[in-house]
Design a protein around this ligand. Structure first.
Ligand code: BGC
Length: 578
């Protein structure tokens, strides 16, 4: 009897799934192909203009007119790293912006909702007050897939509170040269770690069902080889970012492709081809990479979104560049400001036969299938956001998770048990360095602004406040940004490190500490106190200049808003301080 009823139950479940009433677990590419028929039916009703529009993503701040969303049938909108809403950077303003854009897309003839994308690379990081998690390099050191998945979940929840449903994350680059300005976006130099954690992040962002209220579409980036570029091959002949990865196919597959297989298996629905080149050919122009390998070999059924204005880098003639990229397999173009021109040129290319109608149809089907899987094309889809959900942004539960992530990701570079013991018992502590009380610096790039910024840019716990909270009234805490040693403490905590940067702005020829940081450590040491250095950085830096002046050195990477994870790691408590 039991067996029969459970058999009937499974049949009912199957029927419900087949009828599209219940979306399946998002962990597979089948979640997209199962909407093939619906996507083709919709496609059959579309004009060429409507199809081309689906293939374009403009930027909120680049729109010449908000009604261009319906005029050009735009399939997507992004808010890039520095594209705050006109009404200011508050969760409410972001939610309004999302709703306004969605409303425009629903004014089109076929009412196809747009996709709203954002760089949520360490939390919903453009939004003031959101929980900012440590950057990937720190999570790679912790190397805990469950933790990364939980962070993906929390990020998705904070994103959906503002309505936004597409994260340009995770970055699965395996950074081979730490002088690269994007090293901190990479989990590791080891592609196996990048693959495992990239898959975990995709799983966390997309959740059990892409159609759920708290799931977002993941975008695995930057395909492929962005972490392997050679020094001096970047634009203008300097640096690494957007440069050329020079290696044979076996090496390329091992270091730069393997990680995509895992994320694709996990059901990641979009992938961003890289600005960079492989042996001189731009990835965004490489049919072998975008079509043969990605679709043919790795079974990717989602869609490709070009990087920000990446297509124009393929050829000085924009029309030619568009033809090359779309024919190579690019499905959607990130054209923040040139979307009108892109629209006209792609249309011409189709009319002239340089881009086939079949390629356009394939691209649009891929985009539509993802929209179906996300529930955007459900008859009862409602883009309106429940504003009571805004309370989850920066909520305690997420901040606690971020704090745990910080604790799990720190690295002791130089150890001295006696000094650490003293730190735990000290009656007085000197906290030195302006970075100790700078939430912006501890978050790094891709925080509120594209490049990040020093100063009180968002809410959270700085290292100084974490120390004060951890020791309570049981010890005196002095703070001196310049390292004033007139007040001699039992022990000094000196916070140094890199100022925020992102992408090519962070490329360096050498990885040394700044002269100011070296001087600060030396000054404090000259005061006769044992010195514990906390290093904030997006990569490993050369510590030779301070190693004789620091008793303990701890790499805290770019921990984000929850520095209490650092004091947890140091086991600072009020106990034993009397
Ligand atoms: C970056 C991408 C990012 C995009 C959108 C580009 O400059 O390379 O990682 O997703 O901008 O902001």
């Amino acid at each position: 009897m039991k067996k029969v009823s459970s058999f009937i139950l499974s049949l009912v479940t199957l029927a419900l799934i087949t009828a599209g009433c219940q979306k399946p677990y998002s962990g597979s590419q089948k979640q997209f192909t199962r909407y093939d028929r619906q996507a083709r039916e919709l496609l059959a009703r579309m004009t060429l203009d409507e199809k081309i529009g689906q293939m374009i993503q403009a930027e909120t701040t680049g729109l010449k007119d908000p009604s261009d969303i319906e005029t050009y049938y735009l399939g997507s909108i992004l808010a890039g790293g520095s594209a705050d809403p006109k009404a200011g950077n508050s969760p409410e303003a972001w939610t309004d912006e999302f709703e306004t854009a969605m409303a425009h897309s629903l004014k089109t003839r076929l009412r196809i909702p747009l996709l709203f994308g954002i760089d949520a690379v360490h939390g919903h990081n453009n939004i003031t007050g959101a929980t900012i998690f440590p950057h990937n390099i720190a999570l790679g050191y912790a190397n805990d897939p469950e933790l990364v998945e939980e962070i993906g979940r929390a990020t998705a929840v904070e994103m959906r509170a503002t309505g936004i449903h597409w994260a340009f994350a995770p970055c699965v680059a395996a950074a081979q040269d730490q002088r690269w300005g994007r090293t901190y976006e990479s989990f590791s130099a080891d592609p196996k770690i990048c693959g495992r954690l990239g898959a975990a992040a995709s799983r966390g962002l997309q959740g059990d069902s892409l159609a759920a209220d708290d799931s977002v579409l993941a975008c695995v980036k930057h395909y492929a080889g962005d972490g392997g570029t050679a020094m001096g091959t970047a634009r203008g002949g300097h640096g690494l970012d957007q440069g050329d990865t020079r290696c044979d196919e076996d090496t390329f597959r091992r270091l730069h492709l393997a990680q995509y297989r895992q994320a694709i298996k996990e059901g990641a629905g979009s992938i961003m081809p890289s600005y960079s080149s492989w042996n001189g050919v731009k990835c965004s122009a490489n049919k072998y990479l975008l079509t043969d390998i990605l679709r043919g070999e790795l079974g990717f059924e989602g869609f490709l979104i070009s990087d920000y204005e990446a297509i124009k880098q393929i050829d000085p003639d924009f029309k030619k560049a568009i033809a090359i990229s779309v024919n190579a397999g690019m499905d959607m173009a990130m054209e923040p400001t040139r979307y009108r021109e892109f629209f006209a040129l792609l249309k011409e290319l189709v009319q002239e036969g340089t881009v086939t109608q079949q390629r356009i149809d394939e691209a649009v089907i891929r985009i539509l299938r993802v929209k179906f899987a996300m529930g955007l094309l459900d008859p009862d889809y409602d883009y309106k956001v429940d504003r009571s959900q805004l309370a989850v942004i920066g909520c305690q539960e997420h901040r606690d998770l971020a704090r745990r992530a910080v604790r799990q990701s720190l690295v002791t570079l130089k150890d001295d048990d006696k000094v650490l013991d003293l730190l735990r018992k000290a009656q007085s502590l000197l906290v030195a360095g302006s970075a100790a009380d700078d939430i912006g610096q501890q978050c790094g790039g891709w925080t509120i602004d594209w490049q990040g910024k020093t100063g009180a840019i968002t809410t959270g716990t700085t290292i100084l406040s974490a120390v004060k909270q951890a020791v309570g009234p049981a010890a005196t805490v002095w703070f001196s940004p310049e390292g004033d040693i007139t007040a001699k403490a039992d022990v000094a905590l000196v916070v140094i490190g890199e100022k925020p940067y992102a992408e090519f702005e962070g490329d360096r020829n050498e990885l040394k500490l700044s002269p100011e940081d070296i001087a600060l450590v030396k000054t404090v040491k000259a005061g006769g106190m044992p010195v514990v250095v906390i290093l904030l950085s997006g990569r490993s830096l050369d510590m030779d200049d301070i190693s004789d002046y620091a008793d303990v050195i701890i790499a805290a990477w770019l921990p984000g808003t929850e520095a209490a994870g650092i004091t947890d790691f140091l086991a600072l408590t009020p106990d034993g301080r009397n």
